[in-house]
Design a protein around this ligand. Structure first.
Ligand code: HEC
Length: 299
């Protein structure tokens, strides 16, 4: 994992004793979301032999949104499997960026950029793109056929007919700045598994004045980031879109309101407001989930 950064330059100096409700505790908030690939390219030895993936032995319990009809006794299988890390998001919140800072990383061998595909410039084999297909190349970034009726008996195979193959391409090539950053960090991480992972980009709220607007309610707990619907709660995310080829595979690109924007989508967790069944007139119901769906689900 990346090392914790220095505290935000604009954060106030540390008060000596105060611990409870200390905004700096929030300033250090950090979350991860990761995506694991069951045996790279279907070849279990690939993971273990070249040591290029962060590898875990896990129990996998596939989550079925819709259980097969008719048999309430069907249990979710719990399967031992060796997994390799293919992508992860790391987000952190600072005192001056209550919209959080959204960073995404991928394994370097996942997919080529669309520019690389256009130039026929490939770098060996990829996890989700077959460079040397001849004539039978699947359409890039085509979504699997719908509907998906999961069958627990298939265990980790998603469909009986698994002839559909995805051919994934990165829609937004890395910027030169991101490539340069990767070069610097890869030289520092040489010899570790992390030199095989790269930064895709970082999305951050770029309108500085906007980020210092806090909840207008005097009752909001410090650091008052429970927004009471500001005009632009997202404070101009830059870049406008950000997607990881393994986590937002099918919503890459730059189509307004459709393509992946971390802040815009996670902003939905802020604007969702739970109300008690017997609300008092005039009572304000601030949402506590703060750009994270995990906290929104917490009971
Ligand atoms: C279309 C909506 C959407 C987009 C776009 C999106 N996410 Fe998420 N993200 C989610 C949902 C929904 C969850 C919760 C999934 C669950 O609980 O299983 C989640 C989970 C997470 C988590 C785990 C913490 C949490 O909130 O539950 C992190 C960290 C995260 N996403 C980061 C990112 C980053 C970084 C990006 C941009 C590269 C991004 N997300 C883009 C919807 C989105």
């Amino acid at each position: 994992m990346p090392k914790p950064e220095a505290p935000d330059a604009k954060a106030k100096p540390e008060p000596k004793k105060k611990v409870k409700n200390d905004p700096r505790l929030v300033a250090a908030a950090r979350e991860l979301r990761d995506r694991w690939l069951e045996r790279v390219n279907g070849d279990p030895s690939a993971l273990l032999s070249h040591g290029k993936y962060d590898v875990r032995k896990e129990l996998v319990a596939p989550e079925y949104e819709v259980m097969p009809p008719g048999d309430p006794k069907v249990k979710r299988p719990c399967l031992p499997e060796t997994l390799g890390l293919i992508g992860f998001h790391a987000v952190h919140k600072t005192a001056s960026r209550p919209q959080w800072i959204w960073t995404s990383f991928e394994h370097v061998k996942n997919v080529p950029d669309k520019d690389e595909v256009a130039a026929n410039k490939f770098d060996g084999r990829y996890n989700f793109f077959k460079a040397n297909c001849n004539g039978d190349c699947p359409t890039p970034n085509a979504t699997p056929p719908q509907p998906w009726d999961p069958d627990p008996a298939l265990q980790l195979r998603f469909r009986k007919d698994d002839s559909f193959k995805s051919q994934i391409v990165r829609e937004t090539p890395l910027t030169d700045a991101a490539k340069n950053m990767n070069k610097i960090f890869h030289s520092m991480l040489q010899g570790t598994v992390w030199e095989n992972y790269m930064l895709i980009s970082t999305q951050w709220p770029s309108a500085f004045g906007c980020t210092s607007l806090h909840a207008q309610s005097l009752d909001a707990p410090a650091p008052k980031t429970d927004f009471l619907k500001q005009p632009d709660m997202n404070c101009s995310p830059a870049p406008t879109y950000l997607a990881n080829s393994t986590l937002e595979t099918y919503s890459q690109g730059d189509i307004p309101l459709a393509s992946s924007s971390c802040i815009a989508c996670h902003g939905n967790a802020v604007s969702f407001q739970m109300r008690p069944s017997n609300p008092k007139p005039g009572e304000v119901h601030l949402n506590q989930s703060d750009f994270t769906f995990m906290l929104e689900k917490a009971q």
